[in-house]
Design a protein around this ligand. Sequence first.
Ligand SMILES: Cc1ncc(COP(=O)(O)O)c(C=O)c1O
Length: 392
Amino acid sequence: MDRRILETPYFMIDEKELDHNIRDMQKALSQKFDNWKIGYSFKTNSLPYLCEYMRDHNCFAEVVSYDEYNLAVTLGYLRKNIIYNGPMKDQKTFLDAIESGAIVNIETTREIRWLDCLNKNKKYKIGIRINFDIEKMCPLESACGDEGGRFGFCLHNKELDRAIDLLNCQKNIKITGIHLHTSSKTRSLNIYKAIAKTARSVIERYNLDLEYVDIGGGFFGGLTDKPSYRDYIEQVECVLGDFMNSHGITLIVEPGASIIASPVSFVTSVIDVKKTNRNIFITTDGSRNDIDPLMTKTKYFYDIESNSHNEVVDNQIISGFTCMEHDRIFHLKNYKLLQEGDLIKYYKVGSYTMCLSPLFIKYFPAVYLKKINCDIECVRKKWNVTEYLGSK
Ligand SMILES: Cc1ncc(COP(=O)(O)O)c(C=O)c1O
């Protein structure tokens, strides 16, 4: 397939970069820990092609709903290679996961009740998510700020004590893991030192005999001016390395953005140039919904391929195709006036983008893969009305 004739808009996955990110993380882990596992965070980008790619590259599936659990099973993940987190489990998949040896981290009180349905004569393993005050340990860094995190059982009141007591009362259940994923604004190294210290204190306080410590995701990846996987894993190693290695405890990481953001680009074309009394608007066939569905980004990595010989203008507002006024992507300063057919390519847009975009006005764009040998393959066809009506 010839890249020059691909119809825009489309996503392009760079397999070389994707492969590099996975290998880099595997290398960082194996240098410091005897036992480790990578659980790819499905929600970050659950394009079926990518979920299968991760499966084939020895990653577990980290899923946070019964739909994602069923997706992982349908895509051929062995249940024992699934990490099941979050509040959106249902009883059926929750029990199925525990009975078949998946890694299940309890998030809600109802899950503790559901454990009653398990066979009393068999032994089962369970993990539990810990809620701890990351904002106190790393001021101004956490995503939750002063309101505090809302996931897991709280270490600072009686909630975790109570949950652990309830689990310990069930003779067929053993707590074998703790889960401490924390979303931060900074993705800084401090966060991981704080996670590691908290894990250590939880293990000691409750005298836990664990098989794994799951530190979640939230890393940077694929950016030269930011911490590397190695830097993050070193933070954890200096607090927990000896202890975990000597007790045969597995370190689990659940990367999403750090693996999949940097390999993905989004290519759009200019479809109109509009001059008003106040501004110049460049309308493109991509939308902010495609690359910033959360409407939070303030800058992009991009470049422009233009055949224009127009004069340079002060400002052009690069906009999306939707009928929403706020579908404005960025201001292009001091650049020659663009023209129809020019290309704008956005880089590092693989996380929380294509899986979060709405089916608004226009259906999902095609996704291509640039293979390591530079061949181009379509891994998702553009959605048309047929796909949209598919569920009818
Ligand atoms: C439990 C859990 N694990 C992993 C991740 C992945 O995080 P990231 O994409 O920042 O690596 C998230 C994201 O919120 C999460 O909630």
